[in-house]
Design a protein around this ligand. Structure first.
Ligand code: ATP
Ligand code: MG
Length: 335
């Protein structure tokens, strides 16, 4: 099912810039929230370092990648070298250390797909998940944050898309729809594909940053301050881009054959990745290559039922952008 609907841009599309930017602004976390997050991190560091002086804590995910909306939970990674300890024992011990202070609901979830300690800080009301040695997530967090600094439209677009996905119930990996991380990669890919491009492909440029994590070399150009003018030649507005994003995923993406790849700044073929058939639970119905773990398809959670839901949501959104008199309301209507 790959058909092209004629692209008729509504004449009043740019009237939507003001309301979209207002939605974006309303979602930005206030500075005091950031302060509280840093306070909580400092408290946790103190407690952890009492037991493990060389261990380090890193914030990753939406609180550090600049795509976090107000009131997000914090994702924290504990980097620790404990050759003689099982991960689950580290987690139990960590839960123990934190329990003894004035934190609430400290729980070790040792059997989750990603084992974590969960807790809530009553002083700030912030919840956080702490995982162990998930350093690839720390590095992909930096990549996303670096992309966000190149052109302001990325952060605006991603906030609006995340808000849409949450409102429409299509941001739930355990129900077969996509993670926030996947949506941000879809936004980056989309902006790399515009002509003129709004974002470059940092991993194809001369690398100024390079680390090895879990046998993966993560290298890219991270001097993004030098790219502040990169997107300038493209004058598309946020309203045009939101509309274009939905249109792209509704009517232009070749779901049967294509993989989107932020790593290469282009589309690659499923055949080339050997993602043409179902292997175990990975069905590859929408393919989004992880920028560093390139054998990892972020669309792997999507199944036969949820791909239909997703595509119908993209079509609904594209049609609203094209025809609805009041897209900024209709788009985010609860499902
Ligand atoms: P939200 O605002 O919804 O909490 P988030 O940015 O924290 O958004 P998540 O999808 O919860 O996004 O992911 C948190 C972080 O975990 C991501 O930034 C990424 O670094 C990492 N991550 C999430 N899913 C994957 C995955 N499937 N593979 C690799 N890393 C992932
Ligand atoms: Mg998160």
């Amino acid at each position: 099912r790959m058909y092209k609907r004629q692209m008729i841009r509504r004449r009043d599309i740019d009237n939507l810039n003001v309301p979209f930017l207002a939605i974006y602004e309303s979602l930005i976390p206030p500075e005091e929230e950031k302060v509280k997050q840093r306070q909580l991190l400092a408290l946790l560091e103190k407690l952890v370092n009492k037991e493990w002086p060389k261990a380090q804590l890193f914030i990753y995910g939406s609180c550090a990648n600049s795509f976090g909306v107000s009131k997000s939970d914090i994702d924290i990674c504990l980097a620790i070298e404990e050759a003689n300890m099982e991960k689950s024992d580290i987690l139990m011990k960590l839960a123990d250390i934190l329990q003894s202070d004035n934190l609430q609901n400290v729980q070790a979830l040792t059997r989750a797909r990603v084992p974590i300690v969960k807790l809530m800080d009553p002083a700030t009301g912030i919840s956080c998940d702490i995982c162990i040695n998930n350093l690839l997530a720390v590095v992909n967090t930096k990549l996303l944050r670096d992309y966000a600094q190149i052109d302001a439209r990325l952060r605006q677009l991603a906030f609006i898309i995340k808000h849409w996905a949450k409102s429409r119930g299509v941001n739930e990996t355990y129900h077969g729809t996509l993670s926030s991380y996947a949506y941000v990669l879809m936004c980056i890919h989309f902006l790399q594909q515009r002509r003129p491009a709004i974002l470059p492909c940092l991993q194809e440029m001369e690398s100024t940053y390079s680390v090895n994590v879990d046998n993966v070399n993560c290298a890219y150009f991270d001097k993004v301050g030098r790219l502040a003018d990169f997107g300038r030649p493209n004058k598309e507005t946020i309203a045009q881009l939101v509309w274009g994003f939905f249109y792209y995923w509704a009517y232009c993406h070749d779901y049967a054959n294509s993989v989107i790849s932020v790593r290469t700044g282009s589309i690659i073929s499923k055949r080339e990745k050997d993602w043409t058939r179902r292997v175990g639970n990975d069905r590859h119905l929408i393919c989004i290559e992880d920028p560093f773990e390139i054998s990892h398809d972020l669309g792997r959670v999507v199944d036969k039922r949820s791909i239909k839901v997703l595509r119908e949501e993209f079509e609904r959104a594209a049609d609203i952008m094209q025809y609805d008199p009041n897209p900024c309301v209709k788009l985010f209507e609860p499902y």
